[in-house]
Design a binder for this molecule. Structure first.
Ligand code: SF4
Ligand code: SF4
Length: 293
């Protein structure tokens, strides 16, 4: 089972929920940081890193000795990553999406695969919890290609060792956020009961509902703000699976990088209950007849 922990905006407590869920999981589990632009799951899990690799993507490398400047590659590229001007051909690797179309279309075989560095993938363990994360290279504009590499490694690790995965997704509703949740079995949306939290939560609900996956909500800092988030969840039939109180001790634990499920028996129970509800939701989505029997 793969659970994606997402949020409409940053700062809602998404990573702290992901870390706490991983900490109370009662079986093999991987904590996966797909927030590759600002990875910080490791700050909570404190894993020992056992492996790293640099991830690359294929970009065109043009042999001008063979090029006839016909322009076929530039005409094909939808991202303006190649440009032919008279007897000059320019490549813009940062704009390349790695589709390989230009290599296929060149009649002179003047284009060969080159490489652009995307960032780093690392993995390891934090006690009983496996760990996997991507970190985007500074200056790299596109995160989905690196996220795809992290997800490929995740699939490999799950195929080899089995178990579940909890993904810490990037905040927001843009392409990286959708990319992070699209292969999950369930999307857990973390929000807070403030006007900003509600507004961004609505955007997240609109963005993720069409994916057709079970959705659940966690209200962080419950007791703050107003009841608009509760009304919205009720209207949309979105289950609120856990509430984390607005509490100074939690804020202090968070500020010290502690896993909040480990600071009190009550919070541990909250996350154990959340874990069990997530399992039930996934089961109900996979076997809807049994859920209604
Ligand atoms: S690989 Fe695709 S995106 Fe990159 S330059 Fe070639 S056609 Fe454009
Ligand atoms: S398609 Fe090949 S030959 Fe034509 S401009 Fe591009 S690199 Fe040169």
């Amino acid at each position: 089972m793969i659970v994606a922990v997402a949020s409409g905006k940053g700062g809602t407590g998404k990573t702290t929920v992901a870390a706490s869920l991983a900490a109370v999981w009662d079986g093999p589990v991987l904590g996966v940081d797909l927030d590759v632009e600002e990875p910080n799951l490791h700050l909570f899990l404190q894993p020992g890193i056992t492996g790293r690799e640099t991830a690359h993507m294929t970009v065109p490398s043009v042999d001008e000795a063979k090029c006839t400047y016909c322009g076929a590659c530039a005409d094909l590229c939808q991202f303006a990553a190649l440009s032919v001007m008279g007897q000059v051909i320019l490549t813009f690797p940062e704009m390349c999406h790695g589709c390989g179309g230009c290599l296929a279309v060149c009649p002179e075989k003047a284009i060969s695969p080159g490489q652009r560095e995307l960032g780093e993938i690392s993995w390891g363990r934090a006690g009983g919890v496996g760990f996997l994360a991507g970190r985007l290279r500074v200056g790299e504009a596109m995160s989905p290609p690196l996220m795809r590499r992290v997800k490929a490694r995740l699939a490999q690790m799950v195929a080899t060792a089995g178990g579940d995965a909890i993904i810490d997704a990037p905040p927001g509703v843009s392409c990286p956020a959708v990319n992070a949740v699209m292969d999950s079995d369930l999307i857990l949306l973390v929000t807070e009961p403030t006007p900003f939290g509600v507004y961004d939560f609505q955007l997240a609900w609109e963005a993720f509902t069409p994916l057709g996956k079970p959705l659940g909500a966690v209200i962080n800092r419950a007791g703050l703000g107003n009841d608009a988030i509760y009304r919205f969840c009720r209207e949309k039939g979105l289950p609120i699976l856990a509430e984390i109180p607005y509490d100074r001790a939690i804020a202090e634990a968070y500020a010290r990088g502690r896993i909040i499920a480990e600071i009190s028996p009550g919070l541990r129970e909250t996350f154990i209950s959340l874990r069990d509800k997530l399992r039930d939701l996934v089961k109900a989505s996979q076997f809807p007849e049994a859920a209604h029997a």
